[in-house]
Design a protein around this ligand. Sequence first.
Ligand code: ADP
Ligand code: MG
Length: 249
Amino acid sequence: MAEVLLENLTKCYGSVVAVNRVNLLINDREFFTILGPSGAGKTTVLRLIAGFEKPDEGVIYFDGENVTDLQPFKRRIKMVFQDFALWPHMQVYNRDRYSNLNFGLRIRKWLTEEIEQKVSEVVQRVGIKKELFSRRPGELSEGEKQRVAIGRAITTTPRVFLMDDPMTNLDPQSKLKVRKEIRKLHQDLETTTIYVTHNIPDAMAMSDRIAVMRDGIFEQINTPKNIFQFPKNEFVRDFFESAKVAFEI
Ligand code: ADP
Ligand code: MG
């Protein structure tokens, strides 16, 4: 539900330039993926967009509004973290207590009945079974944790939905299904999704456009098909070689 513009965005940690003068326009309702090897700066870009980090330089706009100095909660973004960041001591859902699925709504002072209604909508949408409600994150599989993390993120519809490699620990069979589900969720929510991964087939399967990132810069930004067929340089070509093999099987 928002166009995201990054202008000259830079973030350093000591002598490491994690994000180096990056420019990017992500369209409203686009499924945009930042793809690259570990250490490229992908998570840092997401954290800057979310507002968890302050840039050293540069400006972030949502629909033309400068949000660079806005607190994360004022940006109306939601982020699904790589490790899901569920509350370990809380149950998946308990209508009478703070739990993973109702926490955000309770602190916003929603009524219990409204929350109940919203949670039942969300668990249906992301496929969380009622039997899991009383469990704590330590008692869930990776796939179940992922669903709870996504469910928690969409109890209120975010303007921008940020996902940091939420499929890293899923087995290949689940992956195929989850890719479709994430893509459908993106469409149903009518939101702008920015997805981060090092996994080329995931990026190819879900994205409208991809930015290939390395050492703090975007090497190439285009549609999956276009990057795959016309890699702009040796790095992008080599990076995509491994995926080509997988596609040919
Ligand atoms: P990616 O998500 O692509 O793996 P990151 O954005 O996590 O990459 O990291 C980019 C670079 O910034 C790496 O060199 C990493 O070590 C460094 N970095 C990230 N976060 C911090 C931090 N909090 N403190 C110091 N260095 C960091
Ligand atoms: Mg990362």
